[in-house]
Write a protein of this length. Structure first.
Length: 320
């Protein structure tokens, strides 16, 4: 069965391997070139007279805008493609072509056929996701001179650690279940794209509840020092200690003039701090990175097992 699985699905394996190889070349080439660029324009710590860290980050962003665009869409596009081209055809194409009648009348029982296929292909999918995570993890340090965030940026968070493997496995299981449900490939592909998108935004909303957020009160600034923290919410604190969304009767003018919004906001905040107001920030510290990684990966793994079980059950109930 393993040999048959390889023969049937080697096009997907080859295409995915080529995609990862091409992406690896892109990341490696941009990282090497960016390293030369950084060494030519700034020394460690960004001292004068070289470019400041902020200017250097902006220069890198302009120089590698195309690479950033590819990277920005990858957390959503990669799982959707895996689900659409690995999971959806697994059963959907068998039903469409009628080849399931031949495959499931051989000496190998249907349940074994399903378990071997799901196990082998699921393992390959997980390995591909981990390989992608490794490449991204090796690539990103070159571009972190501007304080880029690994934990606070949800897109980056979904591309490192165990997240890519978990998302790829979930998308594969979702596509397999959709193929068993619709018995057609194209509707299953559409469901995968919608399902991955909805799941990603749902987990983004739920992630604030993976752990009780830490709280800190700021005075003199509304910017948290730790740029890698994941912000949950913020509120103003009156001198009496009561939290409010925004002071309305503080006596500080909150003007919004065209072209002066930043300066006016700073003046308004300085006035509030001078009157004894404080700014409370609720956030998830970067030290919880792996806790959030394993929590979300566990949710996706359980969902994958449930979807795989649904696909097996529906197939066994309607084998014809």
């Amino acid at each position: 069965m393993i040999w048959v699985t390889w023969r049937q699905h080697r096009p997907q394996i080859f295409v995915t391997a080529a995609f990862l190889a091409l992406l690896g070349v892109l990341l490696l080439g941009s990282a090497v070139e960016a390293t030369w660029y950084v060494s030519a324009h700034a020394r460690p710590g960004c001292p004068e007279p070289a470019l400041s860290c902020g200017d250097l980050a902006a220069a890198l962003a302009r120089r590698y805008d195309a690479v950033y665009s590819v990277f920005g869409w990858m957390p959503l596009v990669a799982p959707a493609l895996i689900g659409a081209f690995w999971g959806a055809p697994l059963l959907g194409r068998e039903y469409e072509r009628g080849t399931h009648r031949l495959a499931w009348t051989q000496a190998v029982p249907v349940w074994r056929w399903l378990v071997v296929k799901l196990s082998v292909l699921g393992g390959v999918v997980v390995a591909g996701g981990l390989l992608l995570s490794l490449m991204v993890s090796l690539w990103r340090p070159v571009f972190r001179s501007g304080g880029d965030s690994t934990f606070g940026n949800i897109g980056v968070f979904n591309m490192v650690g165990v997240e890519p493997a978990a998302w790829w496995l979930y998308a594969f299981a979702l596509g397999t279940a959709a193929g068993a449900l619709f018995r057609r490939t194209l509707p299953a592909m559409a469901l995968v794209v919608i399902g991955v998108t909805v799941t990603m935004f749902t987990l983004f909303r739920l992630s604030d509840h993976y752990a009780e957020p830490a709280r800190i009160e700021l005075s003199g600034t509304v910017v948290l020092d730790d740029r890698d923290a994941r912000l949950v919410r913020a509120a103003w604190v009156e001198p009496s200690g009561r939290e409010i969304a925004e002071p309305s009767d503080s006596g500080c003018a909150h003007r919004v003039d065209v072209g002066q919004s930043g300066k006016n906001a700073e003046a308004w905040q300085a006035c509030l701090f001078g009157k004894g107001y404080r700014y409370a920030v609720y956030y998830q510290p970067p030290s919880r990175f792996w806790r959030f990684q394993w929590t979300e990966a566990g949710i996706l793994a359980l969902a994958s097992v449930a979807l795989g079980g649904l696909a097996v059950r529906r197939t066994l109930r309607r084998p014809g």
